[in-house]
Structure formats: C-alpha cells, structure tokens
Write a protein that binds this ligand. Structure first.
Ligand code: ZN
Length: 511
C-alpha cells in the first residue's frame, strides 16, 4: 500500500519490498479480525438504548454516554488526553469531549498526531430546530452517530490487536455538542489538549450505519494531495464503492479542523429515512456494513499513522466545488467518425460484413463506397467480425485500402478503393486530464469506442495510477510510457475507489 511500482528494483530489495507489503497485509488481517460487527452491535445497542434518552449534549443521557466511552478508553488502556489527566474535556457548562491517546513509537514522528473521531451526542427528545419529527420522543441516534462512535472504538481494537502502536500518535476523540453546531470539535480546536500544530490529519466518521449498495461517501480528499489514491489503496481489502465528493461543508466535526487548515477525511454512508427521527433505532442498523466501513477507517488511519511523510494541507480545496469535479471528468467532445458507415452481416453462411448505410459527406461516401457493398478486406486484412473491423478502423493509418464486392448491372464485381480516413489513428484510444490534487494520476476524459482501451473496458473518469507496475510523475511521463510500450500493457486503474488491473492488447506500433 505504501510502495507503488517496483519492477525496476533489485531482486533482494524486491524481496524486501514484497516482504514489507506482505507484513502490512498480515497486519491488516489481524486488525480486521478484531474489528467486527458483533462488537459494533454491542456499542450501538448500548448507546442507542432509551436509557441514554437520545444523548443530548449536557443532559443526563449525554453524560451517561460520555461515561460509557471513558470506560471503554480506560478498558483499552489508552492514555487520558482530556483535561487534568482525565479522558474528559469539559466545556459550555455540562458538555464533555472524551479523549484518549495511542502514543506513537517512532521518535521522529510520534509528535505528529492523527485525530480520529466521531460525535457521540444526538438530539435527545428532538425539537423543532433539530428533528424531522415527531418531536417529544427519544431520538436514539443509532446511525447518527452511535454507528460512527462504534466504528472509532473498533479502530482502537484494531490497533490493540496489532500489539505494536503505529509510528505517529493517534488521538481518539468523541465529540459532544455536534448537533448544536460542532460545539465539541470547535471547542477542542480552539482549546486543544494536544498542541494543534502537532495535528497532521483529522479523520471523522459520521453516520456509517446504513451502508447501501456498498456505497460510502468520502469527504475531504481535496484537502491534501494524493488522498483519493491513498484511500483507494486502503480500500483494497474492503472493496467498497467510494464516492469522492468535492463537497466540503460544516456538516460534521471534520470541518472544525479543515477550518484550521488541517487535512481531513470523513466517512459517511448517506442520509436516509431515519435521519433525525425517533425511528433511528439500533435494530435497523446494517452491522456488517458498519464493520466494512470501520475496517476501511482503520486501514486509512493505519496507513497515515505509518507512512513516511504526510502531505500538507491544500488551500485550493477551500474554493473547489462539486461542479469542478464534473468539469474535470467531463467527457471530451466525440471525434468525427473515421469512416462513416453502419455495418451489418448478410444472410450468407459466412455472414459477410455489408455496408448497411453510408453517411453522406463522410470518408466512405467521399471515397465511393456504397450501401450494400460487401467488405472483402480492409487495409489488407481479410474480414472477420464487425468488432475486429471497428477496432481496425480506429487504429489504421490513412488512407486505407478497401476491397468490396458489389453488384453492377446484374454483374458481381470486385472494387478496390483508397479511403482517406478522418482523424488520427489511435493506438490506445484515450485522452486524459490531470488532477492537481492527485499527482502521478491521469483522469480519462475520453475512451474511444472499439479502441484498444475501449475493448479493454476502460471508461471515462477512470483514474490510471500505474503502467506495467510503474508509477509516473505526470501526464507527459504517462504519455511517453504508453507510447513506447509494446505488447500487452497492464494499467492499475481506480474507479469509484476500487482498484483493478486492466490489460490492454496494444497493437504493435505502426512503422
Ligand atoms: Zn451526525
């Protein structure tokens, strides 16, 4: 996960790297075993029980929930990271953040702190201001946000299962007063119990209880460089479908940190019909879904807490909007057809390929091809399938010699035509744009139908991270690599946070 592309390294070093990757994979497996839906169920059933009366900040129920969390941190043996050696940070009278530290082991990096948190408060009996109704009934907030709290508690279990703390320190934070307007996280950011300049990343989980269609929304990847790629690599084991929205607003506690120019990530399974209603109850939670999201949360935290260097905050994230993502992924305008025909097969035994339509004014028409012509060869290649012909049309240098059989005054005749094809031949058949927040990545904005890339299943908006196991610094390096490539080419591709290797049968370069 931490080491992209290594085919060019020495064998012994290769052995070392593969060993390291294996070690990471084993670590993840060990941790994942400790992150399970049955524990998640226990935490959610507890926090979303009527006895906590909807955990409104500063109330008896809120306090009881805070106490429960402090007990968990003590049980896990985390170092108190609240005030005066306790797990608590009191504010606004009766509100309390709950904080515990897992100290890092690397002398050079343990001062750097990753904050992993979730708000534990909810809206109590509900009010006109914070409930979608009916009000006056306990809103147990099983999804919002007992599920996020349970996920963060399981991340702690994951680290404990490893035995060895990570290189950087991890501060686990349970925020109070989020429903009132991010009170707890804002208070902590203003009066941090750990110097805020030591905080290198904030990861937040809010509403991870209703995973549907395997889809998780990831907020914040624009707040630093390479975060989308990192999260996608961490998703290898969980294989969730990730929506990397460019939307970033003050709708949960990650924002209190974003506001202070700290890179952030937030995991969320989406709003739903239970949101801020008394029916947001524990028995409706998708525990297995929460388990997967909690494991992704762990993998991300584990990676950030152990990788050598962390990218800095990216100020331009402040001005980016979802429409900018649409712009980046906007498909390139379609290319004009190179030939301009519609193909069909005739009823003959050999299912010959026939020009069923020749579009006026396009290359085939201009060269004299006619509807009904039976294609015998194209650019010196005998006919096989319509698909292979379409692929040939995409990559053939112009002009192409076309041989057809046609009927002329009752006589069958064979005609050979030189057809000047429109547009350039395409060996691969893609165009791309670059994403300033994701160095070493190209974002496909065009995949030409029937091109080598199209036949391999690439799609617009796919992101390419590697060619033949090699990373690349930028689009130019990518271009040079693919242009010089011969033989089958393996691309590491990311689509909605899922990585896959796509093999492209590249035609040999035209001499
Ligand atoms: Zn919430």
């Amino acid at each position: 996960m931490r080491l992209a592309g290594h085919a060019h390294l020495g064998v012994t070093f290769l052995g070392l790297i593969c060993f390291a990757e294996l070690a990471i994979a084993n670590e993840l497996t060990t941790a994942f075993d400790a992150i399970n839906s049955s524990d998640i169920k226990i935490h959610i059933d507890t926090l979303a029980d009527d006895s906590f009366e909807g955990r409104e900040a500063g109330t008896r129920g809120g306090h009881a929930a805070g106490h429960y969390l402090a007990q968990q941190l003590e049980r896990y043996g985390l170092k108190p990271a609240g005030e005066r050696g306790s797990y608590y940070q009191q504010f606004r009278g009766n509100c309390r953040n709950i904080l515990g530290m897992l100290e890092g082991t690397d002398p050079d990096r343990k001062h750097e702190t990753i904050v992993v948190g979730a708000h534990y408060d909810h809206v109590g009996y509900g009010s006109r201001k914070n409930s979608l109704g009916p009000i006056g009934y306990i809103h147990n907030g099983a999804d919002d946000n007992a599920s996020g709290v349970a996920g963060v508690l399981e991340v702690i279990e994951g680290f404990l299962a490893l035995g060895q703390p990570p290189r950087r320190s991890v501060l686990f934070a349970f925020w109070d007063g989020e429903e009132q307007g991010l009170w707890g996280s804002k208070h902590w950011a203003a009066e941090p119990t750990v110097p805020i300049d030591r905080v290198v990343m904030k990861i937040n989980a809010d509403m991870i209880g209703h995973l549907r269609g395997n889809q998780v929304t990831i907020y914040g990847t624009r707040s630093s460089r390479g975060l989308r790629r990192l999260v996608s690599q961490c998703n290898t084991s969980t294989d969730l479908t990730l929506d990397f929205t460019w939307e970033l607003k003050a709708n949960s506690d990650h924002y209190s940190f974003f506001d202070r120019e700290i890179p952030v990530l937030m995991l969320h399974t989406g709003l739903n019909e239970f949101y801020h209603r008394p029916i947001d109850d524990a028995h409706r939670i998708n525990h297995d879904g929460s388990q997967s999201v909690a494991r992704l949360l762990f993998a991300i935290t584990h990676e950030l807490a152990n990788q050598d260097d962390l990218p800095a905050f990216r100020p331009s994230a402040r001005s980016e909007r979802p429409e900018h993502l649409v712009e980046l992924e906007r498909p390139a305008p379609p290319r004009p057809p190179r030939l301009g025909v519609t193909l069909a097969t005739n009823g003959s035994e050999s299912r010959e390929i026939v020009l069923s339509h020749v579009y006026p004014g396009l290359p085939a028409d201009r060269a004299g091809l006619k509807p009904g012509d039976v294609l015998l060869s194209f650019a010196g290649q005998p006919m096989s399938t319509i698909e292979s012909l379409l692929a040939q049309v995409v990559r053939t240098e112009s002009p192409a010699t076309v041989v057809v059989r046609r009927e002329n005054e009752g006589q069958l005749e064979t005609v050979e035509l030189a057809v000047p094809l429109d547009g350039k031949p395409l060996r691969l058949g893609i165009s791309w744009r670059e994403d300033g927040a994701e160095p070493g990545t190209v974002v496909l904005c065009e995949v030409v139908a029937n091109s080598a890339a199209g036949l391999a299943g690439l799609q617009v908006a796919d992101r390419v991270y590697q060619v033949g196991g090699y990373g690349f610094a930028n689009g130019d390096e990518f271009r040079d690599t693919v242009n010089g490539w011969t033989g089958p080419m393996e691309l590491l591709v990311e689509r909605q946070g899922r990585l896959k290797t796509v093999t492209i049968d590249l035609p040999s370069p035209q001499m």
